[in-house]
Design a protein around this ligand. Sequence first.
Ligand code: ATP
Ligand code: MG
Length: 439
Amino acid sequence: MRLSRYFLPVLKETPAEAQIASHRLMLRAGMIKQASAGIYSWLPLGYRVLRNIERIVHEEQQRAGHIPVLMPTLQSADLWRESGRYDAYGPEMLRIRDRHDRDMLYGPTNEEMITDIFRSHVSSYKDLPMTLYHIQWKFRDEARPRFGVMRGREFLMKDGYNFDLTKEDALHAYNRHLVSYLRTYERMGLQAIPMRADSGPIGGDDTHEFLVLAETGESEVFYDSEITDLKFGDREIDYDSVQQCQSVLEEFTSRYARTDETHDPAIFDQIPEDRRRVARGIEVGQIFYFGTKYSEAMGATVQGPDGKATPVHMGSHGIGVSRLVGALIEANHDDKGIVWPWEVAPFQVGIVNVKQGDATADAACDALYKELTAAGLDVLYDDREERAGAKFATMDLIGLPKRITVGPRGLEKGVVELTDRRTGESEEIKPELVAAALA
Ligand code: ATP
Ligand code: MG
């Protein structure tokens, strides 16, 4: 992308309404624009990051064997009356009436709708296990929308639902989700720690939240510092293997790590004092096992091997896709701006032409731009008639992992400069070696 033809409305001033770094930086870097309280338009740069996160979530869900679908944002109130949640949900639910006076709602989650799909089409245990998921906008009329996309009213969520014949099978689905979530967040360059949590309005007994440690997080967390040394890494997991998923779960959850709702000082105090941590975290996902709560209320049964109808065991599993954009910035920024991890970066490489209009510099930039783009990299070429200092400031603000600086002086020596955004380290390199260096 040539910046002269792009739409990147960066702000010079720090917006007064933004209280935390990620919100400030998203506004300054022209990633989002508030439409109304807790509701945002995604501008081109922000949209690219959102898409990258979505892509990773899709890939990891499908690697775990989960099947993508897409359900609507608007739902019929009658479905929610069946489960009893239409009245129970409270003022966070946005209730709408259509022209025929039918009660509708903008979905805050989809347990009822997916259960309805299931009961309409599945009647035999032979079709199980099954996990369906989608990535769709949700609406929750939050009392205090704040921190930009972190606590929006309209937000993008991946929500998945497993259907299993037995509790054991459903617990395997739970463990499988835990494993696939660990891998999902790590691929984004984030450490998200699974913590025992409270199930809230979804209901159920078993639940873990995934938290990214950050001072600006809204949750108070208590953990054994050893848990932060755990890495999922590039281990190969057979998601069908009960034993493998179980052992990863045990590895990542058998230390103490809890949110304030489930915190137990008596157990916490048994951890050696120098390892006890009280900190803050951002919830980026949650998994639930809730058994037959919805299947019984809504008649989602299958015929078991014995020929008897039996309600399916279910769980639901969410990832805060749009919140992750903010969480990633909270975990990856410095005083100059954002520092994107490679996998989610809106562009991986920025080219800065320090002397736009100089024939040699322009030609070298054009050649590099074409070559790197052809090599499959997303490249943002700053070809504006601007001072070099302003171009550097923009690149630092928007946080692309690598910057190539091209100017007549370097080109005379036959080199350009390759700079790493995170370390700030630069090296002079021949232009023809840049593609290999980035590969
Ligand atoms: P919270 O406790 O932060 O209100 P929740 O527990 O109600 O969240 P879940 O039902 O678990 O949310 O939803 C799954 C994920 O969706 C959460 O882990 C979070 O990352 C994201 N999420 C929930 N509410 C919001 C929101 N208002 N804005 C942005 N993301 C959200
Ligand atoms: Mg939650």
